[in-house]
Design a protein around this ligand. Structure first.
Ligand code: AMP
Ligand code: MG
Length: 468
């Protein structure tokens, strides 16, 4: 079969931010996991992708004529410190595919070898972290949360040197785009006003076309990013998701979750939870995610400032006002999500939903309750009779709530178990975990262990490592 036709819109619109490059040559690329439904959506025959040509495409060793693989340049604040030149150190954008409805999707490889942005890195990725991104992004998609998706993980046959030698892999990632807050920081820092404007136009076309017709299109672009990110973070909070490394280069313009490194789902509910071993200060703790998103968006506003107005004071006033919208967008999304999780109808006033939700979360924290399973059956899990009476008085629809409260999430102990087995060559636990998380709201016999909270003591010492 032929591959679908790749576009190179990013490379042609923004050549200053696109370095033509190619993947490393790997000795023995072998398919580990493939999302067949996603493959089909993109126009690939899954059997072709599993074959020798498909697998070579998925590690970046070969690409279809017409495609121009590039490493993308971007900057970013990492844990608050600014790096003017990050970029794809171990990744390649193969190109864009057009999906039904006309939208574009980036096909991007991670772990495909060193690029001019690699600095001290080896350009490679290990099987475990790439499968972690595969599983968690697939779970997020099944939960209905905007996310980049994982098409495949292919093992390379080459060892990767970390604390020990590990089997290497390449992840094929699919995204509405890979434009990040850090992309705008990079363009702004070049001092090239034309580049910044071209980047903003490209972002408007791809993600927020309604902004084109606004009185101030670039301000409308910023407002749209504020809105989608506020909605996204509210969804993370309701799912108990901790991203773990919310640097500005890991925050999209599209509103999709990106870059699954040291991410994890909460077990016991505690806003102070940090799983990432590199986040010693707790900057990206669960409860800090909304203010961190706001901080990142302020960096985006600074980057866009010259496009808002020629008068800098006026531009700052407009930016400040638009950034101020984050709180209201977040609140609206949070209340809508909590209303659904509690099975309450629209007749219940927002303020009642808010106070009921907030009081419930205090109860969860004080009693160290498991976040996911508690929401699945509040009547059984909550010991506070007064809270239950308030909830019952609002006539909750428990079956509606169950369609919004997952029973199966990629719990940390299950993910670790599956990744350890897969790194050793046994993919069966991973396949079972995927079948559970693919239908997160549908309780099925035989999957009981996927619904159970972490074993005692697991959460206390659990740590995730950055996606090295
Ligand atoms: P991340 O923390 O995955 O978002 O990556 C931050 C930056 O480090 C990006 O510029 C990556 O391309 C780069 N990077 C991470 N790991 C490697 C690696 N093994 N080799 C080269 N660059 C890397
Ligand atoms: Mg990143």
């Amino acid at each position: 079969m032929d591959t679908p036709t790749f576009g190179n819109r990013f490379a042609t619109d923004l050549p200053e931010m696109a370095v033509p490059w190619q993947g490393a040559d790997f000795p023995d690329p072998t398919m580990l996991v493939l999302d067949e439904q996603l493959a089909t959506e993109l126009g690939f025959a899954p059997d072709w992708l599993r074959g020798p040509e498909g697998v070579r495409l998925l590690v970046g060793a070969e690409w279809p004529t017409g495609a121009t693989p590039v490493a993308q340049a971007y900057a970013g604040h990492q844990f608050g410190g600014y790096s003017p030149r990050l970029g794809d150190g171990r990744a390649l954008l193969i190109g864009e595919l057009t999906v039904a409805g006309g939208g574009l999707r980036d096909l991007h490889l991670k772990g495909s070898g060193r690029t001019p942005f690699a600095r001290a890195g080896d350009g490679l990725a290990a099987v475990g972290p790439m499968l972690r991104e595969y599983v968690v992004s697939r779970a997020m998609h099944a939960l209905g949360i905007p996310t980049t998706r994982s098409l495949a993980v292919v093992s390379t046959g080459r060892k990767v040197r970390r604390e020990e030698n590990l089997p290497g892999a390449v992840l094929a990632r699919v995204a509405a785009s890979h434009l990040r807050v850090g992309s705008f920081q990079y363009a702004r820092a070049t001092g090239d006003a034309g580049l910044l404007k071209r980047l903003a136009d490209h972002a408007i076309d791809r993600h927020h076309p309604q902004a084109r017709d606004a009185e101030r299109p670039y301000l409308a672009l910023f407002e749209a990013v504020v809105a989608v990110q506020a909605g996204l973070i509210a969804q993370w909070m309701h799912a108990g998701f901790i991203h773990g490394v919310m640097n500005t280069d890991n925050m999209t313009i599209s509103g999709e979750t990106i870059d699954y490194g040291p991410c994890a789902f909460l077990d016991v509910f505690d806003p102070a939870t940090v799983y990432s071993s590199i986040d010693s200060g707790g900057r990206y703790a669960y409860g800090n995610q909304p203010p961190v998103a706001h901080w990142n968006l302020a960096r985006l506003a600074e980057s866009l400032l010259p496009l808002f107005d020629d008068d800098q004071d006026k531009a700052i006033a407009l930016a400040t006002d638009a950034l101020g919208g984050f709180g209201a967008h977040y609140d609206t999304a949070w209340i809508a999500g909590m209303r659904a999780k509690l099975g309450l109808t629209n007749a219940v006033p927002d303020e009642d939903v808010r106070s009921l939700g907030e009081d419930l979360l205090v109860h969860l924290r004080d009693n160290r309750l498991d976040y996911t399973s508690t929401f699945r059956d509040l009547d059984a899990a909550i010991s506070d009779a007064a809270w239950l009476a308030r909830w019952h008085a609002l006539d909750p629809d428990r079956s509606a709530a169950q369609r919004r409260n997952p029973i199966y999430i990629p719990r940390n102990h299950l993910v670790e178990e599956a990744l350890t087995a897969a790194t050793g060559g046994d993919l069966e636990p991973l396949r079972e975990l995927i079948s559970a998380i693919d239908a997160p709201f549908d309780e099925r016999p035989g999957l009981e262990r996927y619904a159970e909270p972490a074993p005692d003591g697991f959460g206390a010492c659990y740590q995730t490592f950055c996606g090295t």
